[in-house]
Design a protein around this ligand. Structure first.
Ligand code: AHR
Length: 494
């Protein structure tokens, strides 16, 4: 509508910390998410360390991945941890009933997961089995992983790891309303009370317990879980996927979309703001101090699988559109940083909105990877309020503010500003009044491309990658930025 975009960045009114665990990544036993994508085995020709591929681990280290969520997802509520410890050759081969009906060799189990966590330099988010496991199995698994003494600790040592591991987060099941047991909310909340009773870390240590939360806008689920089980919990989760064209299973193409599909998906990403606001308001009723965090531990795009890929493997190409979906989410999480202290994108490698694709020995980074890299200064930074007033962008029935953004003061004291232009057709000049920041210079990078569906392939791995950006200046106490159409810009003020 031709209005200029304006904002005030209020550095004099610092907000909450942007918890680095918002950048958690989810790695499920699904398709090539683990096998092939992360794990190739010690005897593989693909360069690896203790079975995990060096190229992928290096790329993940470069992102400073804070936490890895494992082993599911739906996989978690059928997982028997006992089948994944001990000599690999003796582990039972199971059927992955959720994901493609393929065999699950159990080669990657608890010890291998913690080896991945160690190599990446992350912490652990383990999802327990409430669906078809018992509280005793869950208790024994926690003891096996964390106890310094006792028979289970001895068994762990015999299996190669004397030192106990640290579990930062433990999921009390996953999607108990669906694949985790098709429970009604009252029953799920009671089961959550019961199972969480038996998650007992050793004295002097703490495990943050996360309840399996609501699907999208199931506010009654959050209400019931909070009313019945809040006193047993540290976090309650929320799952919401962007899937343009509606319906389930998702059917929109990952690459062959037009502007209608672009706007549909970005409006879908914007919806996260409303969902968090409403779930959080319910949590406020029971927990006004915000002791319990909302863990958005599955988010991202979900499209039809790429043609020719194995059914149930959820392999989908990742385009510039996904980069914007990521930046929109990360900005929304800044707005809700007081309540949203952990989130996990789905998923890490080869599955859904992936950071990385592999094929044999080849690896490629996605546009989403680059956004996570550009937002690294947000990890444990202080959120600075920045209210953006922008014109609207719209296509067909989908309308939204054209500019998304967030600002932080990083741990090193520098102010960083992220701005995304959702309009694929027009550039947008944003004028941000700087309140409480004395900056003389600005530098930054931009992620954009000519086509809305630009993406990286093994043959053209750098079609979408960050480039130096010189469209920003500081003038008379304001930051003036000309955002190219369909771009993500991240700036640093000096
Ligand atoms: O991320 C894929 C699947 O989506 C997860 O296993 C499940 O929790 C959700 O339905």
């Amino acid at each position: 509508d031709g209005q200029p975009t304006t904002a005030t960045l209020q550095a004099s009114k610092p907000g909450p910390v942007y918890n680095k665990d918002v950048f958690t990544q989810f790695a499920e036993h699904l398709g090539e998410g683990i096998y092939g994508g992360l794990w190739v085995g010690r005897n593989s020709n693909i360069p690896n360390t203790n079975g995990f591929r060096n190229d992928v681990v290096k790329a993940l280290r470069d992102l400073s991945v804070p936490v890895i969520r494992w082993p599911g997802g739906c996989f978690a509520d059928e997982y028997n941890w006992r089948e994944g410890v001990g000599p690999q050759a003796k582990r039972p081969v199971k059927i992955n009933t959720h994901w493609g009906g393929v065999t699950e060799p159990n080669t990657v189990g608890t010890h291998e997961f913690f080896e991945l966590v160690r190599q990446v330099g992350a912490e652990a988010y383990v999802a327990g089995n409430v669906g078809n496991g018992t509280p005793r199995e869950m208790a024994e698994w926690v003891e096996y992983m964390t106890s310094p003494a006792g028979s289970l600790a001895d068994e762990r040592a015999k299996n190669g790891h004397k030192e106990p591991w640290k579990i930062k987060y433990f999921g009390v099941g996953n999607e108990l309303w669906g694949c985790g047991g098709n429970m009604r909310p009252e029953f799920a909340a009671d089961e959550t009370r019961r199972y969480s009773t038996f998650i007992k870390p050793p004295a002097g240590t703490k495990i943050l317990k996360v309840a399996a939360g609501a699907n999208v806008d199931d506010f009654n689920w959050t209400e019931t879980m909070m009313r019945v089980a809040a006193d047993r919990l540290d976090g309650v989760s929320l799952h919401y996927y962007v899937h343009p064209a509606g319906g389930w299973p998702p059917r929109a193409p990952a690459v062959d979309f037009d502007e209608h599909g672009w706007a549909d998906a970005l409006a879908g990403a914007r919806r996260m703001d409303d969902l968090i606001t409403k779930h959080s308001a319910i949590m406020d009723k029971y927990d006004p101090q915000k002791r319990i965090f909302l863990a958005v531990d599955e988010w991202g795009s979900w499209y039809a699988q790429d043609e020719g890929t194995h059914p149930g493997f959820l392999r989908q190409q990742n385009t510039l559109r996904d980069a914007l979906i990521a930046s929109i989410h990360l900005d929304i999480f800044a707005k809700h940083a007081d309540r949203v202290r952990m989130t996990a994108i789905a998923q890490m490698v080869n599955v859904l909105q992936a950071m990385i694709f592999t094929e044999g020995s080849k690896m490629v980074l996605t546009p989403t990877y680059h956004v996570f890299e550009m937002y690294k200064p947000w990890q444990d930074a202080t959120v600075l309020p920045m209210d953006i007033k922008s014109p609207w962008y719209g296509k067909d029935e989908f309308t939204m503010p054209a500019v998304s953004g967030s600002a932080v003061r990083a741990k090193d004291g520098k102010v960083h500003v992220a701005l995304s232009n959702l309009d694929p057709n027009q550039s947008n000049t944003v004028t941000i009044k700087l309140d409480g920041v004395t900056a003389a210079t600005v530098s930054g990078r931009v992620l954009t491309a000519t086509a809305i569906n630009a993406h990286n392939t093994f043959d053209a791995p750098e079609a979408v990658k960050p480039a130096a950006f010189n469209g920003a200046t500081v003038q008379d106490g304001s930051l003036v930025v000309t955002l190219p159409a369909k771009s993500v810009v991240v700036l640093e003020l000096q």
